[in-house]
Design a protein around this ligand. Sequence first.
Ligand code: NAP
Ligand code: F7E
Length: 348
Amino acid sequence: MTKTKTALITGVTGQDGSYLAELLLGKGYHVHGIVRRNSDFTSKRIDHLLTRPDFVTSYGDVVDSSSLHSLLVEVKPVEIYHLAAQSHVGVSFQIPDYSAQVNALGTLRLLNAIKELKLDCRFYQASTSELFGGLPETAPQSESTPFTPRSPYAIGKLFSYWSVRNYREAYGLHASNGIFFNHESPRRGKNFVTKKISQAVARIKQGTQDNLRLGNLDAERDWGYAREYVEAMWLMLQQPQPNDLVVGTGVRTSVRRFTELCFAEIGIVLEWSGKGVSEVGRDKKTGKTLVSVDPVYFRATEADLLQADPRRANEKLKWKPKTDVAKLAQLMLRYDLAHEDYGFPDEA
Ligand code: NAP
Ligand code: F7E
């Protein structure tokens, strides 16, 4: 009889953690998720899994070494997916110290516990396109593009990237960095731009919101669908050798264009006028202003253009994203028209 594999997920209550838990459970893993203490329950995205005998959660926190150490001893996972992070780039400018504690030292704490316990496991690090800083001259960005992080978030993640490589080299850990470009879904946190837009457009259609205020409309991102991307995480840990791979669609889209795509889903064509902070998007038919710019959402330093060159991962993992940005906008918008909050069954 084959022994059931146990996977440990940090960040299991997040967007990716919830999809990854579903994927691994579907593959017959026992899944153990680490949940941090908050002032209320944060399990909305995994509530539908909580009654399963093969899905267990424990309190823990990546700023607390003792909890990580105890959990590794107890769970003895064969695969660890380290997804926990203060994942908001904009917010990281306001809480830089905390962001470093979580995004940089959190990874080191886990890697060091694995080393100290001589745990025989494979390790996935949720690395990010933000390492590249979005300097337009570097796009599209591949594994060999120089890193130029431009936020406390990205600088913390750069520390983690190099910690993974160092522990791999120094101690022979099967540890990999998934350098993932933006991936979104109906489960995306509501203060990330795609979800903010899709939710606002749904509410404008339903008459419960008047307009939408955004920051930098010119920023360009390589947006894919999170439900698909978690399979690339799993595939990375099934490779005989650990590796660092860029995962993305290879297509770039501006925030302005994503906004247009969402409004198009409710039959509204936007017409843009003005420049910079005075730019507005109006309903072509009625002339009503639906989108305006609010500098409160600008970042002190911005990643202007992130676009993946994912050829290496496509080849090594025999994997490619299927959902393009127009389809992504459509599925997010349709979900938000039908649901005010996360809920299950969802878009599957
Ligand atoms: P997310 O929805 O913000 O989820 C982050 C998760 O980390 C949540 O479960 C959160 O718990 C948990 N967490 C935060 N601080 C923690 C701490 N101190 N100890 C334990 N858990 C903690 O993020 P996501 O979009 O799923 O992203 C997953 C990972 O991939 C993150 O590391 C992110 O930086 C990285 N990444 C994301 C993208 C993307 O486009 N989504 C791209 C590249 C890399 P709460 O529920 O309690 O907040
Ligand atoms: O911003 C611009 C903003 O916050 C995207 C995280 O998952 O992906 C994510 O980081 C762009 C930026 O994501 C608003 O300035 C305009 O240029 O949705 P976002 P992000 O910063 O790209 C990477 C790969 C990660 O690793 C991160 O964990 O949109 N933008 N107006 C806005 N952004 C927000 N949040 N809100 C606005 O109103």
